[in-house]
Design a protein around this ligand. Structure first.
Ligand SMILES: Cc1cc2nc3c(=O)[nH]c(=O)nc-3n(C[C@H](O)[C@H](O)[C@H](O)COP(=O)(O)OP(=O)(O)OC[C@H]3O[C@@H](n4cnc5c(N)ncnc54)[C@H](O)[C@@H]3O)c2cc1C
Length: 448
């Protein structure tokens, strides 16, 4: 029965790699096809003269939906806790202590005494908050229900941006944000050598489990004939599969299989999260004490990730300066870059004298779909199993009802991989049942 089922996974990002590993663990014969030259997708890391550039700032949640899955796969991300001490708030172009604990809350002058008492009450009660109460309520409304104090609202919105990357509080489900803030309480990891280290572990494990990994294979057609799928790439090479996992973006899914679901096609579902990021490698850091800052009145982020983990050559620093982009915000890349450079000027005056490398990316897609309040949040995202095509599954940060960002990709990847292998196991049992080999215990009309 081993290797009887053929699972093809399209897409070699985190979701596809987790799906491939999981399906292989369940005994399927797995092939993973990746269109790019290497694996990793948006979790790739570019190395330039010893500087490890993730695609914008990346932090792995220690206790969110992906953590137990990685643990079960035996993957232990190599990183360190992102420190909160010394964090700064940017307000009206000035720096203040960011209230992350009692000491910084007492010291900061960005909040009044009444604001501080309110903040302390909200943040200390956050862990026990019944987040389900805010399901289907936009975060902008959730914030108003939590506090009437404008500065505290600004602070909560900034923390929400930090943990979800979303700058659309009027669209995003309040429960999804609060769940993510609760998950963030357990801390996040920056990874040594960048997220490519996590990808390399997943890739190596997949190879050890017998997964056939192919890069430079861009799948451009998927057809179904009876129980079998055929995948074709641009060079007209074909792969046959009993079951397929599409771990690619919704637009790419459209291109492969055409109109596939009313939900997926609706604008209410497809609101991506975008970020502009200026990623800078410096030969020296002008002010080592300023490592992290979050905008309160502007949706900006600054962090020296290399202060915590190994991302830069000795003496050097790797910094991310980013802007969370709202829905339909359409600034010129030049204007956004100037804004981010001004943030770097504020935090690290003189940084321009030490530039070794810099990469500006104005339109990164952090996630393909915000959990929309109008769709009930996480439970309104697209399901892992195709609603209308048997043995076809989806995985990615826009799929399934668990987690956000990479956690959603990992959770849906594991679910898709398991279902893809399991469906076929049922098929194999059914086929064998007809030859009288074994009793599957399944009804004869099971849909395959
Ligand atoms: C700036 C930025 C910051 C982020 N920060 C965080 C963070 O702090 N914490 C967190 O948890 N997450 C973060 N994320 C999100 C996280 O990186 C993504 O959710 C995750 O990497 C998505 O993985 P995926 O496999 O779903 O998709 P992708 O990584 O996009 O992978 C899809 C893959 O499919 C391939 N592909 C597409 N079409 C085809 C085809 N036709 N044939 C073959 N292959 C194809 C692509 O080449 C790609 O490799 C961040 C993302 C960005 C961009």
């Amino acid at each position: 029965m081993d290797k009887l089922t053929r699972v093809v996974v399209v897409g070699g990002g985190i979701a596809g790699l987790v799906a491939a590993n999981t399906a292989a663990d369940k005994g399927a014969a797995v092939t993973l096809l990746e269109g790019g030259g290497g694996f990793g997708g948006r979790a790739l890391t570019q190395i330039r003269d010893g500087y490890h550039f993730n695609l914008g700032p990346h932090a792995l949640y220690k206790k969110a939906a992906g953590a137990p899955i990685l643990k079960q796969l035996g993957i232990h991300p190599d990183g360190k806790d992102a420190p909160l001490d010394g964090s700064l708030a940017i307000f009206e172009n000035h720096l203040f202590p960011l209230p992350t604990n009692t000491s910084s809350l007492l010291r900061t002058r960005v909040l009044s005494l009444k604001d501080k008492l309110e903040t302390m009450k909200i943040l200390s009660g956050l862990g026990k908050l019944d987040t389900g109460f805010y399901k289907g309520i936009p975060f902008s409304e959730t914030v108003k229900q939590l506090t009437a104090r404008p500065r505290v609202q600004l602070l909560l919105c900034a923390l929400a941006r930090l943990s979800t990357y979303s700058h659309a509080p009027e669209l995003m489900c309040g429960a999804a944000v609060l769940d993510q803030l609760q998950a963030g309480n357990a801390g996040v990891l920056y990874l040594h050598k960048g997220w490519q280290s996590l990808i390399a572990s997943l890739e190596q494990r997949a190879r050890e489990k017998g997964v056939v990994l192919r890069n430079n294979v861009k799948v451009c057609a998927l057809s179904q004939n009876r129980d079998e799928y055929t995948l074709r790439d641009k060079a007209a090479r074909t792969w046959a599969a009993d079951s397929v996992v599409l771990a690619i973006s919704p637009d790419r899914v459209d291109r492969l299989i055409g109109p596939w679901s009313d939900i997926a096609a609706s604008d209410a579902f497809r609101v991506p999260i975008h970020l502009a990021s200026l990623d800078i490698g410096l030969s020296s850091l002008p002010n080592p004490s300023r490592r992290f800052a979050l905008g309160l009145d502007e949706p900006v982020y600054f962090s020296v990730h290399s202060a915590t983990v190994d991302l830069a050559p000795p003496g050097g620093a790797l910094i991310h300066v980013s802007r969370y982009m709202g829905k339909d915000e359409n600034f010129s890349p030049k204007a956004v870059k100037a804004e981010l450079e001004a943030v770097a000027d504020l935090l690290q005056p003189g940084w321009r004298d030490f530039i070794a490398h810099q990469i500006f990316r104005p339109g990164l897609t952090v996630s393909h779909a915000i959990p929309m309040a109008s769709r009930g949040g996480l439970s309104g995202r697209m399901p892992v199993a195709s609603p209308d095509r048997p043995n076809l599954y989806f995985a990615g940060d826009w799929i399934g009802s668990s987690g956000l960002l990479a956690d959603a990709a990992i959770a849906s990847g594991a679910d898709a991989g398991a279902q893809a292998a399991n469906t076929l196991t049922r098929k194999a049992l059914f086929a064998n049942n007809h030859t009288g080999d074994i009793d599957s215990g399944l009804p004869a009309n099971i849909p395959l």
